[in-house]
Design a protein around this ligand. Structure first.
Ligand code: UD1
Ligand code: CA
Length: 470
């Protein structure tokens, strides 16, 4: 008989995250290590939220206080497991939060790539039983619990070969024959709340590891005459856990590849999807071209016809249409309007605002500055705490001296000003519209509009002077 659909059933989620993560060799709890700049555990919590869970219960152990601090989410119930006595013991720590009538979904905090779609499939399977397992068929099943199915008795309603599941045998308890079975337990399961409570009490730790195995639920369910349903994952990466830095790196690449594919499907040109990293979210226009080794962080919006050069990092920024970013730029919390050219080797620090068609060249650092339309800072300059008008030309080596050792001061530069090379503008200072500043000047007073101002020692030539000789 088909039970009521999940929309009508409560869903309580238990996330097991008490494992020490010894093989990470880190002072940080395993589930706080990051995948694409987000803690591994956060991915699992996000999936639980997407499913519209009634409660999300996180079983924590080692380093738990740190986990609570970093994840800091009022919607979660935190359940401490003081000693790691096994997965069944871990689930028991959350049992007070579980409704009898709920479907209970058990997830692992160190399995970040599981998709909501897969979990929904599993929940559909669960509608026709009181326990449903997420399994996978692996070429190399070593280390995993093996799924023991009854011979024959094919599931006629399914395209996949499925016979009813009888039990799970852990690797460490398995004989040579059992070890050859390549269908494994992912660890993810859905079970009726009341049955979970009943069967958990019956689990003992009489096994090779002396642990309370959650997987023993299967045999208990079968003994009670229940049919176990299952869903076999289409993508085995989804069920992979992270136990060491090698697996962390593998799943990072897998995740990045999937993100790159989504962007390419939407029309973005990515020169090499293996050398692209998105650590956050990106919104892209049409004809965006991304060269190799680009890293996008936080939330970024990229307009149409934008080209991003190799080895560039963009963080929390908005890039307008037709912008060209050449190689090796670092752009952070900046707003860049259409038609600007940036780099190569430019650094735009927070609160940089570039209006249309501005040009920022090589070895230029900009911080908290507004640069109006068509202005150019083409070479080797520092522009900070500055309000710059339109069509200004800043010569190579110009520095705004914004810091007096205690306070920051503002530099104002009017439209059409021309600042000669190697000029130091000691702020607070104002350069009038259309002013010209002679190269090599150090100015600490305002420069009048439309006039030439310079501060430079007069050039002298001494006739008859001779170099000292040995
Ligand atoms: C478990 C399954 C195995 C399955 C495998 C999939 C059991 C007995 N075995 O084995 O069938 O193939 O996962 O990866 O369930 N945890 C706690 N508290 C504990 C023990 C574990 O919170 O006392 C957490 C861990 O942090 C981890 C998860 O539970 O997130 C799984 O624990 P782990 O020890 O890795 O399980 P396996 O022995 O690999
Ligand atoms: Ca174990």
């Amino acid at each position: 008989m088909i039970k009521s659909t999940r929309e009508h059933n409560l869903l309580d989620v238990i996330i097991l995250a008490a494992g020490k993560g010894t093989r990470m060799y880190s002072n940080k709890p395993k589930v706080l290590h990051q995948l694409a700049a987000k803690p591994i555990l956060q991915y699992v919590i996000d999936r639980a939220k997407e499913l519209g869970s009634n409660s999300i219960n996180v079983v924590y152990g080692h380093g738990g206080e740190q986990v609570k601090e970093v994840i800091s989410d009022a919607d979660l119930n935190w359940c401490e497991q003081k000693q790691q006595l096994g997965t069944a013991h871990a689930v028991l720590q959350a049992i007070d939060y579980i409704e009898d009538s709920a479907d209970v979904l058990i997830l692992y905090g160190d399995v970040p790539l599981l998709t909501t779609e897969t979990l929904k499939q599993l929940l559909i399977e669960k509608q026709s039983s009181s326990l449903s397992l997420l399994t996978a068929k692996l070429k190399n099943p070593t280390g995993y619990g093996r799924i023991i199915r009854k011979k024959g008795n094919l599931d006629k309603n399914s395209s996949v070969e499925k016979t009813s599941i009888e039990k799970i045998i852990e690797e460490k308890d398995a004989s040579g024959e059992i070890k050859k079975i390549n269908e494994i337990n992912s660890g993810v399961m859905v079970i009726d709340g009341d049955k979970l409570k009943l069967w958990l009490q019956k689990i003992n730790n009489k096994n090779a590891q002396g642990e309370y195995y959650l997987t023993d639920l299967i045999e208990l369910a079968v003994q009670s005459g229940e049919i176990i349903t299952s869903y076999i994952t289409a993508d085995n990466k989804e069920i992979e856990g992270i136990n060491n830095k090698i697996q962390l790196a593998e799943l990072e690449r897998e995740f990045q590849k999937k993100q790159a594919i989504k962007l390419m499907e939407a029309g973005v040109t990515i020169m090499d999807p293996c050398r692209f990293d998105l650590r956050g979210v990106i919104d892209t226009g049409t004809d965006v071209h991304i060269d190799v080794n680009v890293i996008i962080e936080g939330e970024c919006k990229i307009g149409n016809d934008v080209s991003i050069g190799a080895n560039t990092i963009i963080k929390n920024s908005i890039i307008g249409d037709g912008v060209t970013i050449f190689e090796n730029c670092v752009i952070e919390e900046s707003v860049i309007k259409s038609g600007c050219n940036i780099g190569p080797f430019a650094r735009l620090r927070p609160e940089t605002k570039l209006d249309e068609n501005a040009k920022i060249g090589n070895f230029v650092e900009i911080k908290k500055a507004h640069i109006a339309k068509g202005s150019k800072v083409n070479h080797l300059s520092y522009i900070g705490d500055t309000e710059m008008g339109e069509n200004v030309n800043i010569g190579a080596g110009t520095i705004t001296c914004n810091y007096d050792g205690a306070y920051k001061h503002v530099t104002k530069i009017g439209d059409n000003a021309f600042i000669g090379s190697n000029t130091a503008l000691v702020a607070p200072i104002e350069i009038g519209e259309g002013a010209t500043i002679g190269a090599g000047s150090t100015l600490s007073k305002n420069a009048e509009a439309g006039k030439l101002t310079f501060s430079r020692a007069t050039q002298k030539t001494i006739s008859g002077w001779k170099r000292p000789a040995k």
